[in-house]
Design a protein around this ligand. Structure first.
Ligand SMILES: [Zn+2]
Length: 113
């Protein structure tokens, strides 16, 4: 499967998860107004916050997938930002949108440490 195709599938999966989480939040919101027990409210609010955090993380991931898809469209996906060489297949499998090849990443880590 091409990178573009697998990224597109990933994008659809993430969008589906975000929709499901948002539906859950809507339902929880509707229930909040029905039940007024304080104990239930606390738990519901905790669940809501947890779901909201998950949605935020999913949205960050979605934007990274979108950036990757943009790169695929421009023919720049898998090209190292630093040396212009191709990024190792293994790195592309492990990360959504790596911008550096292994060698350049190592060099950057060495500068940072
Ligand atoms: Zn490089």
């Amino acid at each position: 499967m091409s990178h573009g195709a697998s990224l597109y599938i990933r994008k659809q999966e993430i969008e589906k998860m975000i929709r499901e989480k948002k539906d859950l939040l809507m339902e929880a919101g509707a229930e909040l107004s029905v039940f007024n027990s304080h104990a239930d409210m606390g738990l519901e609010l905790y669940e809501r916050e947890k779901n909201q955090e998950i949605i935020e993380l999913l949205e960050i991931e979605l934007s990274r997938v979108n950036e990757a898809l943009q790169k695929v469209a421009e023919g720049k996906y898998g090209v190292c930002d630093s040396c212009g060489g191709s990024i190792e297949e293994e790195r592309l499998q492990r990360q959504i949108n790596p911008s550096l090849c292994h060698k350049c990443q190592q060099a950057q880590n060495n500068i940072l440490h």
